[in-house]
Design a protein around this ligand. Structure first.
Ligand SMILES: NC(=O)c1ccc[n+]([C@@H]2O[C@H](COP(=O)([O-])OP(=O)(O)OC[C@H]3O[C@@H](n4cnc5c(N)ncnc54)[C@H](O)[C@@H]3O)[C@@H](O)[C@H]2O)c1
Ligand SMILES: O=P(O)(O)OC[C@H](O)CO
Length: 378
C-alpha cells in the first residue's frame, strides 16, 4: 500500500524533524475549525504540501488569501504554503493522507461526500475525539462502516493537543495509531514539525478511547471548578477518572499502557488543566449555574464531551462497567444533580470501602495491567 512508502519512523525517535522528509507529499485536512486549521499548519511546518477543506467558502477564502482563520485562531499567521478550498475534489486531489477534523456527529455524512474524490490507497486519519450517537461507534469504526477500507488505511492521532497552544508553536506530543505500524509511522512522519512529535502504536482502540473519555472527565473538572472546589477535589477526579477510563477501555481491547501514555493520561492532564479546553469551559459554565442549553449557546466551538456522555454510558452499561464520575456528569448535564454534589457523591458512593482499582476481581485484567497475577505480587 502507498501509505508507508519509504517513510522512516523518524518522528518516533530519530532526532529533530526535518521538513525535507515530507517534501512534495500531498496531504489534505478536512475541517477548518480550530484543530483542522492548526493541524494543517503542523503538517505544512513539517514540510507537507497541505490543502485544508473548509465547509464555508469565506473561511477557505480567508485562509487561502490572508493566511488567517480569525474566527478559530485569532492572532495566528498560517504558513504561506497552506492552501484552502471549499471544494472537496480540489482538497483531495493527489492526497495520500487525509486528516479528518470535523465534529464527530457530522463525520459520517462528510465521509459520504468525500468518498468519490479519495485517491486510491489514501489513508484516512481521524483527529476527532467523539463517539457517534445512536451507533455508539468510535470514529475509526464509522470510517470502516462508511468506506470500504482495510484497517491499514484507517488511522487515528490523539494526545494533549490544545489547538491554540500548538498554533503558537508551543511544543507537545501525540500518538499516531493504526493497525499497521508502518502506516502509523508514516502518519507520525507527515506531522513531524519542530514543535510536534508523535509516538506510534497499533492500539487504535486505546488511542481513540483516551481522547473520547478524557473529555468527560474534563467536564467533571470544569463543573467542580465552577462550583469553587479546589485542587484536592480536582486531583481526586483526575485520578479516579483515569481509573474509570482504563476500566472502560481495557475490556474493549485497549492496551492499558496506552491509557497511561500521551493519548490517555497526557490528554487528560492537558484538558483538565487548560482554561482553553472547550470541555473544561463547558463544565465550568454549568458548575457556575448556567443550564446546558445556555452553555451550548455560549460555546462557539465543539465540546465533544457533551455529545459523548450518553453513548459512553450506554456502552458502559452494556458491558457492566461502572463509571460513577461520568454518570454524575450526565446527571448534572440533565439537571438531576446539583453541580456541588458531584464530588461529594464520588467520595461517599460506597457503603463498604473498596480498593482504588477493581481489577483484583478480574485476574485477566490485573495481569494485562501489571504483567503479573495478583497473588504473586512482589
Ligand atoms: N480544538 C482542539 O484543541 C482539538 C484538539 C484535538 C482534537 N480535537 C477534535 O477535533 C474535532 C474538531 O474540533 P475543532 O476543535 O476543530 O472544532 P471547532 O468547533 O473549532 O471546528 C469545527 C469545524 O467543523 C465545521 N463543521 C461543523 N459542522 C460541520 C458539518 N456538518 N460538516 C462539515 N464541517 C462541519 C465547522 O464549521 C468548523 O470549521 C473534535 O472532535 C475535537 O474533539 C480538537
Ligand atoms: O478543547 P477540548 O476540550 O475539545 O480539548 C482539546 C483537545 O482534545 C485537547 O487535547
Amino acid at each position: 500500500m502507498s501509505a508507508a512508502a519509504g517513510a522512516p519512523a523518524g518522528a518516533a525517535g530519530s532526532g529533530p524533524a526535518s521538513p525535507k522528509r515530507n517534501r512534495g507529499r500531498k496531504v489534505a485536512v478536512i475541517g477548518a475549525g480550530s484543530w483542522g486549521t492548526t493541524f494543517a499548519k503542523v503538517l505544512a511546518d513539517a514540510g507537507c504540501d497541505v490543502t485544508v477543506w473548509a465547509r464555508r467558502p469565506e473561511v477557505a477564502q480567508e485562509i487561502q488569501v490572508a493566511k488567517r482563520n480569525t474566527q478559530y485562531l485569532p492572532g495566528i499567521n498560517l504558513p504561506k504554503s497552506l492552501q484552502a478550498t471549499s471544494e472537496l475534489e480540489r482538497a483531495l486531489a493527489g492526497a495520500s493522507l487525509v486528516f479528518l477534523a470535523v465534529p464527530s456527529q457530522s463525520l459520517r455524512a462528510n465521509l459520504g461526500e468525500l468518498e468519490p474524490y479519495l485517491e486510491p490507497g489514501a489513508v484516512l486519519v481521524s483527529l476527532v475525539k467523539g463517539v457517534e450517537r445512536g451507533t455508539l461507534m468510535r470514529m475509526s469504526e464509522v470510517i470502516a462502516d462508511t468506506l470500504d477500507l482495510e484497517p491499514e488505511r484507517i488511522g487515528v492521532l490523539s494526545g494533549p493537543n490544545i489547538a491554540l497552544e500548538i498554533a503558537r508553536e508551543q511544543p507537545t506530543g501525540a500518538v499516531a495509531s493504526c493497525a499497521s505500524l508502518e502506516a502509523a509511522q508514516d502518519i507520525a512522519t507527515a506531522c513531524a514539525a519542530p514543535y510536534f512529535r508523535s509516538y506510534v502504536n497499533t492500539d487504535v482502540i486505546g488511542t481513540e478511547l483516551g481522547g473520547v473519555l478524557k473529555n468527560l472527565i474534563a467536564l467533571a473538572i470544569g463543573i467542580v471548578d465552577g462550583v469553587g472546589y479546589g485542587e484536592n477535589t480536582k486531583a481526586a477526579i483526575i485520578t479516579r477518572g483515569l481509573a474509570e477510563m482504563t476500566e472502560f477501555a481495557v475490556p474493549q481491547g485497549a492496551d492499558p499502557t496506552t491509557l497511561a501514555g500521551l493519548a490517555g493520561l497526557g490528554d487528560l492532564i492537558a484538558t483538565c488543566q487548560s482554561p482553553l479546553s472547550r470541555n473544561n469551559t463547558a463544565g465550568r459554565l454549568i458548575g457556575q449555574g448556567f443550564s446546558l442549553e445556555e452553555t451550548k449557546e455560549q460555546m462557539q466551538q465543539t465540546a465533544e464531551g457533551i455529545t459523548s456522555v450518553a453513548p459512553v454510558l450506554e456502552l458502559a452499561k452494556e458491558r457492566g462497567v461502572p463509571m460513577p464520575i461520568v454518570q454524575q456528569v450526565q446527571m448534572v448535564l440533565e439537571g438531576t444533580m446539583a453541580p456541588k454534589n458531584l464530588a461529594p457523591h464520588l467520595a461517599t458512593e460506597d457503603d463498604v470501602p473498596r480498593p482504588e482499582m477493581s481489577f483484583g476481581s478480574r485476574p485477566g485484567l490485573w495481569a494485562r495491567l501489571f504483567g503479573r497475577t495478583k497473588g504473586n505480587a512482589a
